[in-house]
Write a protein that binds this ligand. Sequence first.
Ligand code: ATP
Ligand code: MG
Length: 290
Amino acid sequence: MPLRSAARKRRARLATLMALHYSGARWWMIHCPDLERRSMARRKKIYEGKAKILYEGPEPGTIVQYFKDDATAFNAQKKDVVDGKGVLNNRLSEYFMTGLINIGVPTHFIRRLNMREQLVRSCEIIPLEIIVRNFAAGSLSERLGIEEGTQLPRPIVEFCYKDDDLGDPLVSEEHIAAFGWASQQDMDDILSLALRVNDYLSGVMYGVGIKLVDFKIEIGRVFDGDFQRLVVADEISPDSCRLWDIETGRKLDKDVFRRDLGDLTDAYSEVARRLGLLPQTAVVKPTLIN
Ligand SMILES: Nc1ncnc2c1ncn2[C@@H]1O[C@H](COP(=O)(O)OP(=O)(O)OP(=O)(O)O)[C@@H](O)[C@H]1O
Ligand SMILES: [Mg+2]
């Protein structure tokens, strides 16, 4: 293995160890993340996606989300395993979902179960990716020829139809209404949820010196008897946001992987550290004793 890549792997591993240690994980779980996965083997798997596995939850109407270390980009044409990514995303998604619940935005999150898993309410996912953009980047810059980083006149909400085979194409509200993916009432609620998530996330990230360039969420329907509610589902993590350091412009999100800009675990750990989810300074490598 080339030296640089070995050093990178070691750094990523150390970041994971710190994350796990800080969260009070047992030693064997730190060193053998596979054991945790194997202990889940008896559960019924519902779905395996690119970043997560869904298992049947302990009570009806619940599911367990298992966060994998797999990183994919460009509709899975680029793939790798990034040590510790699943642990960081599980913790970060818990943090953001909890924050949203605390300000009255409904989400599917119930509680984190362990380093890689969280219990959530099972939803009927609306087959749309809801994208909110504050600054131009990625496909918006390509489509409209706007330089990356340009501040948009106001937050722009876009919808993509969730279909990997089609590459999640951009769709309009006309398509959504015509094909019955969501009603007009749903669309009003989705827009309001998306903008509330944007305000919350922009504020939290701004507070730790990070610019929220854009993000993607998924929305699910939950049913309480005949009554339907929409909730923020899936995950909120640096996999689904663009996060740039305000001072330096350093990218702290999945673009680091998409564009080969460095170590992904380092970038995600930096976000977690600034939010107080990891120690501010390097800790001594955890051992059996401490
Ligand atoms: N609360 C929930 N109830 C039911 N399904 C959910 C819930 N939260 C997320 N999901 C779905 O679980 C899957 C999560 O897996 P993952 O993120 O790995 O999928 P993916 O490979 O990105 O595929 P997709 O294009 O469907 O998102 C997604 O299909 C997502 O829509
Ligand atoms: Mg996904």
